[in-house]
Design a protein around this ligand. Sequence first.
Ligand code: RB5
Length: 145
Amino acid sequence: MRRVFIGSDHGGIELKAALVEELDAARIGFTDMGVHSGEAADYPDIAQALCARVLEENESLGVLICGTGIGISIAANKVPGIRAALCSEEYSASMSRRHNDANVLCLGGRVTGPELAKSILRAFLASSFEGGRHQRRVDKLEPHC
Ligand code: RB5
């Protein structure tokens, strides 16, 4: 089964704890990349560290959480090869995998409750890229020199 890397800033630490429980319960192999305290942290640092691991480990997926999910998704999407989807419901989470080949799910710890977030995570992990016409579009997402 593919590995999941999960990380948050201080604004997402509580939701991260809930999702770690969910990954544990589902027996999905994961690495918690922090933060591990409520001390203020800069979301670009977490995003960059986690995205590097996702790119290193074939087929792995990432989950990033900040207060709204906005800052950390912007940061993740600046990393070449990362396709980060900020989701607040299950349908978008599933479609981000099926059509956009998203490799990072972003959530807002101050806007999405833990049970909904768990359900969004399950939808994301249960869905796969459909390829075909979507591959052409995904290829066009990467900057070409
Ligand atoms: C931190 O207070 C907050 O700005 C951050 O978690 C995030 O919401 C930024 O987009």
